[in-house]
Design a protein around this ligand. Structure first.
Ligand SMILES: Nc1ncnc2c1ncn2[C@@H]1O[C@H](COP(=O)(O)OP(=O)(O)O)[C@@H](O)[C@H]1O
Ligand SMILES: Nc1ncnc2c1ncn2[C@H]1C[C@H](O)[C@@H](COP(=O)(O)O)O1
Length: 223
């Protein structure tokens, strides 16, 4: 019996993984998809033409990068819809606006006009009844120190050159953001609760929690 059947997880579920840069989203996305027999939806990092220029000059490229990510995530959303679900998604579309665009606007590295244009576009595309929200958002949380050492260990050059204050600011914003997030049900997981690098089997207790969260929500909806 596979873990999806064992824990009664519907085959058409869409589970999105959220959390700050380097927290471990891609790693857990792969592990969950493998264990549940789901497809994956990853954000494109290596082929993103704006990411390197953005890290070199936030002011010049923040709007371009947000539009690029929005288009990419929307295409992924369409793919998930066309397959009828059964996906683990690496990063939610909500973080683009709730964390990144907002942070750059408030820090002065995105102009008010660009922010308004972006926000209008985001709301017209995403915050409509036609946009399917995920069944569950799994939020990965961890200490700033752990996250900084993971960013360092992964070694993406543009992230190494970014001042630590950027990651610190993002870490704080994530905590506030998740506390007021309501677009879909949330399951919080602390990254010290599992270790997929040393112990592959540590995915099973996470799947059990996901199952409880999904089933609890569907009971609430049925009531
Ligand atoms: N459970 C874990 N324990 C230790 N290191 C981890 C764990 N999960 C991820 N990592 C490491 O942390 C770094 C960032 O992980 P990644 O999945 O790429 O994060 P994200 O997708 O959130 O940016 C990678 O070097 C990865 O190998
Ligand atoms: N919406 C975004 N704005 C700015 N930067 C972003 C956005 N989404 C992702 N990123 C950056 C952050 C990282 O450098 C890479 C990949 O993110 P990760 O959390 O490592 O998967 O893209």
């Amino acid at each position: 019996m596979n873990l999806r059947s064992k824990y009664n997880i519907p085959a058409n579920s869409v589970i999105t993984i959220a959390g700050t840069v380097g927290v471990g989203k891609s790693t857990i996305t792969k592990a969950l998809a493998n264990s549940l027999g789901f497809r994956t939806s990853f954000e494109k990092v290596d082929t993103n033409p704006y990411l390197d220029p953005f890290y070199a000059d936030f002011k010049r490229w923040s709007f371009h990068l947000q539009i690029y990510f929005l288009a990419e995530r929307f295409k992924e959303q369409k793919k998930i819809f066309e397959y009828g679900g059964g996906f683990i998604q690496d990063r939610s579309i909500y973080e683009d606006t709730g964390i990144f665009a907002r942070m750059h606007y408030e820090k002065g590295t995105m102009t008010p006009i660009d922010y308004e244009t972006y926000t209008n576009l985001f709301e017209a595309m995403v915050m409509t009844p036609y946009f399917p929200h995920p069944d569950l958002l799994v939020y990965l949380e961890g200490s700033l120190d752990d996250i900084l050492s993971r960013i360092k260990e992964r070694g993406r050059p543009m992230e190494q050159q970014t001042p630590v204050e950027y990651w610190e600011e993002m870490h704080e914003r994530y905590e506030k953001w998740i506390n007021s997030f309501t677009a879909c049900p949330v399951l919080r997981i602390n990254i010290n609760e599992y270790d997929l690098i040393e112990q592959e089997a540590s995915i099973e207790p996470i799947i059990e929690k996901i199952s409880n969260a999904l089933n609890q929500h569907s009971l609430l909806v049925k009531r």
